[in-house]
Ligand binder design. Structure first.
Ligand SMILES: [Zn+2]
Length: 106
């Protein structure tokens, strides 16, 4: 049978463990990090609630913030790796015909 002193000791140990998890944030890559969402965050493709959750984590986690900065650097360089590509033939003619005044409208 647990004595009241044992319960108090257990509660103290549980609280201390919770403090240790908070201290480890930013220094280790544990399950509470947002690694799976960082690529989507770098592309600004998260839904608002997810983005708020990820941004909240990033404010307190240097490790994830640093990883996001790396992802953003890659995203910024991606267009430079592509050959310039113009629009398909006829695109501008199609746009101009859509802009021309229609003879049946005054
Ligand atoms: Zn993190």
């Amino acid at each position: 049978m647990a004595r009241p002193e044992d319960a108090r000791q257990y509660g103290r140990a549980t609280r201390n463990r919770a403090v240790d998890v908070r201290r480890s944030r930013g220094s280790t890559m544990g399950d509470d990090h947002v690694l799976d969402d960082l690529a989507a965050r770098a592309l600004d493709s998260l839904e608002a609630p997810e983005q708020a959750r990820v941004d909240g984590h990033l404010r307190g986690c240097d490790a994830c913030a640093a990883r996001l900065a790396e992802y953003r650097a890659v995203v910024g360089a991606l267009p430079l790796a592509l050959d310039p590509l113009g629009p398909p033939p006829g695109t501008w003619a199609t746009i101009q015909s859509g802009l021309a005044p229609r003879p049946d409208v005054r």
